[in-house]
Design a protein. Structure first.
Length: 246
């Protein structure tokens, strides 16, 4: 589940209704509701996918944008950081940040590869919710050669605290038994590390190469981004059976 939240007045401003200052006035006099409940508390935070109304009109973020980013190592997947670390937003131009974009899900600091940023909260909710079983593919490098007999264990499923998880597909990359390509459809925290720790391996390197139909080609280097067209986004929605009203 996506956990990025935004101040209500900022959401109203991003939707094109008015400035944040005027949005505060609308909130104070009780003209804004969130998921059917009138909100008159300043500083209230909402999710991007919440149902937000100004009187009886639904509010949606203006100018939807979708960005494909190739995350480098030592980069934190967050919008803000108070420890002066390198964050994903450092690589994105201000013009896009002003539209209220945020990363869909998270990759660990040392994990590299594909991640999406958007201000489309509904799409983010679909792509991160476990019930939709969105496909993810990773290239991983282990501390020792992978024993093919362990595939049987992975196929049966590994018990983690959130539940039992199976790897959808696993193959050795270029005959290197320490490098694997694996496919799963769950995005639990540090899931790949935990799965392989359970069967006696340590994951030394992890790179996400596929997510929900998106791939990174060789032209997009680490730290680079690409703006995605509506045509691509509509294709992604179709192959993942995602349907919602704007």
């Amino acid at each position: 589940m996506i956990k990025q939240r935004i101040r209500l007045n900022k959401y109203i401003a991003y939707s094109g209704v008015c400035s944040r200052r005027k949005a505060d006035k609308l909130i104070k006099i009780g003209l804004i509701s969130v998921n059917g409940k009138i909100i008159n508390k300043l500083g209230y935070k909402v999710n991007y996918y919440d149902n937000i109304k100004y009187v009886n009109s639904n509010l949606n973020l203006k100018n939807k944008i979708y960005i494909l980013f190739n995350k480098p190592k030592n980069c934190i997947t967050t919008v803000k950081d108070n420890k002066n670390r390198i964050i994903i937003m450092d690589f994105i131009p201000k013009i896009y940040k002003k539209l209220g974009i945020f990363p869909i899900g998270r990759l660990d600091k040392n994990t590299t590869g594909l991640i999406l940023l958007t201000n489309d909260g509904k799409l983010a909710q679909y792509l991160t919710h476990p019930k939709y079983k969105i496909k993810r593919k990773y290239k991983i490098f282990l501390n020792k050669n992978f024993n093919k007999t362990d595939i049987l264990i992975l196929n049966k499923g590994i018990k983690l605290k959130e539940g039992k998880i199976k790897i959808n597909n696993i193959k050795i990359f270029n005959n290197n038994k320490r490098t694997l390509i694996i496919t799963i459809n769950v995005g639990w925290n540090k899931i790949i590390h935990r799965i392989f720790n359970k069967i006696g391996y340590k994951v030394l390197f992890l790179n996400r190469i596929y997510f929900a139909g998106f791939k990174i080609n060789n032209n997009l280097k680490k730290g680079q981004y690409k703006i995605l067209s509506n045509k691509i986004i509509n294709y992604i929605k179709n192959i993942n059976n995602i349907h919602y009203n704007e």
